[in-house]
Design a protein around this ligand. Structure first.
Ligand code: PLP
Length: 460
């Protein structure tokens, strides 16, 4: 057996890392001073770092390792495909068996309006495809002016020029001349921050109404599509009121605006349904996916194309001048096939819907009693804790001053105590692997409580 002991010390890894590797979304200088944490292996829901520490990964890597680490079926699928045919493209009227089989399987597990897929290498590329595809659709139909895509503030749709433009992250727009033309944003459905005195349900309808106002301001004949994540993930696991999405659907239908569901995080069981749109009751025309399609073992993304769009593209569109070298990569598709079959075999979607999802919700209700927690929300196996000052148990919550950086303080304690949670501003978020058991939820909750206690002690 080959040794899994890393051939260098942590310090040596960190020095080489700082010298050569520019990390995504990172202040390079500050990372170089601190040094990266080096993750060397993983199994089930646990990581091991280069110092041998065991860490519970409550973020599934980056929202993607839905089936957990070390699944032999995925490893075997990749190995077999690498030996058989490591690469061939899907340009020039060629295809490979894994890409065709995956396209077939995706049309089975996605909602009934989807029988076709366009593959990409990532979620960002998927959303770039969405922009080109919806504009092309309206162009073919003789409405080239219908090119505006409406999205939301604090949404995340990727990091390419179009993905970052669709996203509503002000920090990203401040760099690189974004957004690109023809992208408009409305306010997010974040009840805790924006709900004022409105009840949750009423706020959901009001927030959806902002879409109608924007459509009317832009001109209904100019709006091509609306895009949204069913639950905003990177924005802080913001679960919208149940009234929100049905009203968005009604407004899109009223004005003939295409609805795009970005399922990069919510897809493949995260919400306790195969796709988030099924949890929230919408019928999207297009659906972006990535991450959970392969559980992150290899890169793959894509767009499910609704039949009414596909019909126009196929029957009237001629050549669609768009594609990627890795569209339908055979190894990625083989792994995705094994991954989706494993999700089916282990009944992970049903497990999240009927067992672990409701159990996590119960556990989070208990965490909401912690004196540092102003709001606790879950949706399937995703959760958020909003950290704030509470004067006494049940007292009114007051936000921490931004300079306290409460989220980062808490994240530091998580790091030191063997737990990966992510901080988005003052929101501590999780999206653990869907294979997580009730006992592991208890283990995670105990770690979270300990880290909240340590954070509270720091902030008094
Ligand atoms: N869309 C959503 C909702 C995401 O959360 C992400 C990534 O986190 C993306 C798109 C971009 O995906 P990728 O990083 O694979 O390009």
């Amino acid at each position: 057996m080959t040794s899994t002991v890393p051939p260098r010390t942590t310090r040596e890894w960190q020095a080489a890392d700082a010298a050569h590797f520019l990390h995504p979304f990172t202040d390079f200088q500050s990372l170089a001073k601190k040094g990266s944490r080096i993750i060397t292996k993983a199994d089930n829901i646990y990581l091991t770092d280069s110092d041998g520490h065991r860490i519970l990964d409550a973020m599934s890597g980056l929202w993607c390792v839905n089936v957990g680490y070390g699944q032999q079926a995925l490893i075997d699928a990749a190995t077999r495909q690498l030996k058989e045919l490591p690469f061939y493209n899907a340009f020039f009227q060629t295809a490979t068996p894994p890409a065709i089989e995956l396209a077939e399987l995706l049309s089975e597990v996605t909602p009934p309006q989807f029988s076709r897929v366009f593959f990409s290498g990532s979620g960002s590329e998927g959303n770039d495809t969405v922009v080109r595809m919806v504009r092309r659709y309206w162009d073919i139909l003789g409405h080239p002016q219908r090119s505006v895509i409406i999205s939301r503030n604090n949404a995340y749709h990727g990091s390419t020029m179009a993905g970052a433009s669709l996203g509503g992250m002000s920090g990203m727009h401040a760099q690189g001349g974004l957004p690109i033309p023809g992208i408009e944003h409305i306010e997010q459905p974040y009840w805790f921050a924006n709900g004022g005195d409105l009840g949750r349900d009423e706020f959901g309808r009001v927030a959806a109404g902002w879409l109608e106002q924007k459509i009317l301001a832009v001109g209904p004949d100019k709006v091509a599509a609306f895009i949204g994540e069913p639950v905003q993930g990177a924005g802080g696991v913001i679960v919208p009121p149940d009234t929100y999405w049905p009203e968005i659907q009604r407004i899109c239908d009223k004005y003939g605006v295409l609805l795009v569901s970005d399922e990069v995080i919510c897809g493949f069981g995260r919400t306790g349904h195969w796709f988030g749109c099924e949890r929230f009751g919408t019928r999207p025309d297009l659906m972006t996916f990535a991450k959970g399609v392969t559980s992150g073992y290899v890169p793959l993304g894509g767009v499910m194309v609704g039949d009414r769009i596909a019909k126009v593209l196929i029957e009237q569109g001629g050549e669609f001048e768009h594609g990627y070298t890795y569209s339908g990569h055979p190894v990625s598709c083989a792994v995705a096939l094994a991954n989706i079959r494993l999700i089916q075999e282990l009944k992970l979607v049903e497990r999240v819907r009927d067992d672990t999802g409701p159990y996590l919700a119960q556990v989070y209700t208990q965490l909401a009693d912690h004196p540092l927690v102003a709001e606790a929300q879950t949706c399937g196996l995703m959760g958020a804790l909003l950290l704030a000052r509470r004067d006494a148990k049940g007292g009114r919550a007051r936000p921490f001053a931004p300079e306290v950086g409460i989220g980062m303080v808490c994240r530091g304690h998580c790091f030191a105590n063997g737990l990966i949670m992510r901080a988005v501003g003052d929101r501590m978020i999780i999206a653990p692997p869907l294979v997580m058991t009730r006992a592991q939820i208890d283990e995670m909750a105990a770690l979270i409580r300990r880290c909240l206690d340590l954070t509270l002690a720091d902030c008094h």
